[in-house]
Design a protein around this ligand. Sequence first.
Ligand SMILES: Nc1ncnc2c1ncn2[C@@H]1O[C@H](COP(=O)(O)OP(=O)(O)OP(=O)(O)O)[C@@H](O)[C@H]1O
Ligand SMILES: O=P(O)(O)OC[C@@]1(O)O[C@H](CO)[C@@H](O)[C@@H]1O
Length: 304
Amino acid sequence: MIYTVTLNPAVDYVVFVPEFQSGDLNKATRDYKFPGGKGINVSRVLKNLGTSSINLGFVGGFTGEFIQEKLLQEKLKTNFVPIKAENRINVKLKSNQETEINGQGPLIEQDELAHFMSQLSNLTLEDLVVFSGSIPQGVPKNIYQMCLEMLEKNHVPFVLDISSSELLELVAYHPELIKPNHHELAEIFQTSFSNLEEMLPYGEKLVTMGAKNVLVSMGKEGAVLFNQEGTYLAPGMTGELINSVGSGDSMVAGFIQSYWTNHDSVSALKLGVAAGSATAFTEDLASGEEILNILDRVVVHKLS
Ligand SMILES: Nc1ncnc2c1ncn2[C@@H]1O[C@H](COP(=O)(O)OP(=O)(O)OP(=O)(O)O)[C@@H](O)[C@H]1O
Ligand SMILES: O=P(O)(O)OC[C@@]1(O)O[C@H](CO)[C@@H](O)[C@@H]1O
């Protein structure tokens, strides 16, 4: 079974304001509320692609009820730890630019954290755990390392989509996949890149350090995959940007869905790029049909 872990779920409030004026009264032309948080997005896209998964993490308050209810309506499986505090609301403002305000998240109590850790202790070699997103208050900063130590005992494979600098230490636990975007990759190595060539050595380094697949997403420029077999570029797909929130998570879902079935990383890269782009071209996360409709248009070049 695939498990997605969203330690800090959210209600994503997506609001369209065509000519947003800061400091003024603005009227929205339309708005949506989605169950959000990176792992939840991965599970929703996996479901759209026909693969089931179980959502883990923390939910509480009216926002937590909304998240849980929406996921159940979509027939997703959940095993969230109930918490006393309320999940956050993240604002995604769509105007000439995309602007985001993400809440800090609720305070997680010790017994709630212990409950979550005990869930991880039951997983096996047959499972896959996807860890994504930020860490709420009250949870130790090294929580992901604590989780990986726990999984290591049972040789449980895992994926990491986290932005913290801790990622550098965590690749030694041999993740199946990590998916930094190009800004996060630069940040991890405390550097900057002015072109693709400058970025390549850093992706390769993460493979040398232990990651089995490193997928560096670059927004509309596409993505580069690094692994032991080589380095592959999938240039960005053209289409109208509507809402890129969750593109990275959709890419993770597409990659995993394919990789977990046939272990071919190039096919996985293609489905990942199709899923990421299809989500950028739609208001909510992409449907399975939207993803498969553009899959044939994804091109991959082997760079080395
Ligand atoms: N505007 C776009 N046009 C075409 N494809 C896009 C666009 N934005 C994203 N994508 C596709 O989705 C993938 C993931 O997007 P991105 O690099 O923005 O991830 P991210 O920064 O992790 O996003 P998020 O945190 O919003 O989920 C890209 O590699 C690309 O293939
Ligand atoms: O604050 P985090 O956990 O890093 O990111 C949370 C978030 O921005 O990520 C998803 C898009 O990737 C959204 O659904 C959600 O609001």
